[in-house]
Design a protein around this ligand. Structure first.
Ligand SMILES: [Zn+2]
Length: 609
């Protein structure tokens, strides 16, 4: 097409142009317009005449007619060829057969979720109408209120081991977690569907975590105010689940709800999971969590994530020419916000590191150490072998996939980089650069210190009990209920070792134990001694009774267990020598007749010590 040829730009034939225009999204955003390719994650903000030009061409106008319309909107002559060449060079017209955008070749591109389009829009609207959002708000208030007035409902790490077997707990929580994460995304899609936005889905890397995320980039077609509903939908779902789990625990403990204790323990594991997930959503700004999307929207940004990452890199180190060009092409608003938004990145990154070091890493290595003997020592006919193998594959797999996804994302970005963008001159090294550098250095030192501390704690030799015994003997504990039992050495052991472990009391009050404790709560099945002993080490008190104990007595015991809910593990135990046995770390009391006062005194004085 000869009229699109100018001396400085290569030619663009008309069919290429028309096909390219078909794939573009054009949307108004405040005073600007957004032109983008949703399938390639490419968006540029353009002034109104640019949008007028593209719309006119798409409506079948000739280039001359479209240029006239755009010039009228601009109030001056517009260089249409220059503008279209810019769009093409930014990759806006790349064809579907272009190797870098072939379907499914890039993780970052996402997959269209077809079935969401078949959900009636009216049904989707019911989940995100005024009534629904009031309920989500109510759930949020419930969570905040319960969090403030009932600290006994706060989650503890041990809540994860809610079944009488740590491996089953792990597998069950994995499945539940995947399902809940799926519904979280479905909630985003349905909220989008309520507004007529198609849903897409992709896998990506956030820091060291692998996440499945809804691709909300189509939301640019909506005015900014309308985007909050789909962006907040996932958090609304998670808060509702948390409110439900909190409520279940509260009603169980207050004896308002008579459900099997398994439900209460499961609610406890859910609370832990939901609090962790919500913390990630709120603080994981640096990892493009939902709160990032909401903030970026509120701040009027289009690509704040890359702008911030590149700004940070620019200030701390330096950018390559390609990166500098990428940053320059992002737009002034994003670059301005990125000038301070990096603070959120540092804070969020550090918080995530703390969670990794404190929970994820010890949990992963602890589980692997615990399960390896099952895999190497057990026959392949046993359930425990396959269970253990499944958990190890899940644990190792989630970390192994992350670098792969990261590499694909980088490749994707490299291909989609604007080909010709103006280079920025090196900025003058001003005070803001030094503030950034010092902050990064401080966080790096804190992180290194924290990480080393965590590793040291993890590799520490198994504790020596003799010092503890000396301290306990020196300390006058005659006022405490029950009898003192010498503390045994307490290394972590595998299930294979459990058969050979000997304890110095029945039931045990200290000694070798599994790497994972048992969740506090009421059990109707017998617990393994090495798992229960770990709970005693964590300051829990165990109430155990012979299986032939009359049910009214068991009911009385359960009432006490509910009263001291986060501190008690209660279970039947056929190995007992007496009807009822109470144990805490290094302390025991046994008797045959139910005595509420003695039990309350033992639990009340000996928990959390
Ligand atoms: Zn989400």
């Amino acid at each position: 097409m000869s009229e699109l040829e100018t001396p400085s730009t290569p030619s663009m034939d008309e069919s290429e142009l028309r096909r390219g225009l078909e794939r573009l999204i054009v949307a108004q955003d405040g005073d600007e317009y957004i032109i983008g390719r949703a399938d390639r994650d490419l968006y540029v903000a353009v002034p109104e005449p640019g949008a007028v030009l593209v719309e006119a061409l798409r409506d079948g106008a000739s280039l001359g007619e479209a240029t006239d319309l755009a010039s009228k909107a601009a109030g001056e002559d517009v260089d249409a060829v220059d503008f279209l060449t810019g769009l093409r060079d930014a990759g806006m017209f790349a064809g579907d057969d272009d190797p870098d955008v072939s379907p499914g070749s890039e993780v970052g591109r996402g997959v269209r979720i077809g079935w969401i389009d078949r959900v009636p829009q009216r049904a989707a609207r019911m989940l995100f109408g005024r009534v629904a959002w009031s309920l989500y708000g109510l759930a949020t208030l419930t969570v905040i209120a319960l969090w403030m007035v009932r600290p006994d409902l706060w989650p503890i790490f041990d809540d994860l081991w809610f079944l009488d077997d740590p491996i089953w707990s792990m597998l069950a929580m994995f499945v539940v977690s995947v399902v809940l994460a799926g519904v979280h995304e479905v909630w985003h899609w349905l909220a989008g569907r309520a507004l007529g936005v198609p849903a897409r889905f992709r896998m990506s890397k956030r820091g060291v975590a692998l996440v499945f995320e809804s691709d909300l980039s189509q939301l640019v077609t909506l005015p900014r105010r309308a985007r909050y509903s789909p962006m907040l939908a996932g958090i609304a779902f998670d808060l509702s689940v948390l409110a439900l789990a909190f409520g279940t625990r509260l009603a169980f403990r207050e004896e308002l709800l008579n459900v099997p204790p398994l439900i209460d323990r499961f609610a406890g594991a859910l609370v832990f999971r939901q609090v962790l997930v919500l913390a990630w959503q709120f603080f994981g700004v640096a990892f493009r969590s939902d709160s990032y999307a909401i903030l970026a929207n509120a701040l009027g940004c289009h690509n704040l994530y890359r702008a911030t990452a590149l700004t940070l890199k620019d200030r701390v180190w330096r950018l390559s020419d390609v990166e500098a060009a990428e940053l320059a092409a992002i737009g002034p608003r994003d670059r301005k916000v990125a000038g301070w938004f990096w603070l959120g990145y540092l804070a969020g990154g550090f918080l995530m590191l703390v969670v990794m070091v404190r929970y994820i890493v010890p949990l992963t290595f602890g589980m692997i150490a615990f399960l390896t003997p099952n895999i190497t020592g057990l026959a392949t006919e046993t359930v425990a072998f396959w269970q253990s193998l499944a958990v190890v594959v899940l644990l190792v797999g989630q970390f192994a996939v992350v670098p792969l996804i990261g590499a694909r994302e980088r490749r994707h970005r490299r291909r989609n980089r604007p080909a010709t963008a103006g280079r920025t001159a090196r900025p003058v090294v001003g005070w803001h650069v030094w503030v950034t550098r010092v902050s990064v250095a401080v966080v790096a030192i804190l992180a290194a210190n924290y990480g080393i501390e965590g590793v040291l704690k993890f590799v520490e030799a198994s504790p020596d009990a003799s010092a503890e015994n000396a301290a306990a003997a020196a300390h006058d504990d005659s006022c405490l209920p029950g009898d003192r039992v010498d503390i045994l050495d307490y290394p972590h052991i595998s299930q294979q070792d459990a058969a050979t472990v000997e304890y110095n009391s029945n039931p045990a009050t200290s000694g070798a134990h599994y790497g994972m404790a048992v969740a506090p709560g009421i059990y109707r099945s017998t617990l393994e001694e090495p798992q229960l002993v770990h709970s005693l080490e964590h300051g829990r008190v165990a109430i155990q009774y012979l299986p032939d104990t009359p049910s009214d007595i068991v009911g009385e015991l359960e009432s006490i267990a509910k009263q001291y809910a986060p501190h008690v593990v209660m279970a039947p135990n056929p190995r007992l020598d007496t009807q009822i046995a109470l144990t805490a770390w290094g302390r025991i009391e046994t008797f045959d007749d139910f005595d509420e006062e003695r039990i309350s005194r033992f639990v009340g004085l000996l928990h959390s010590r």
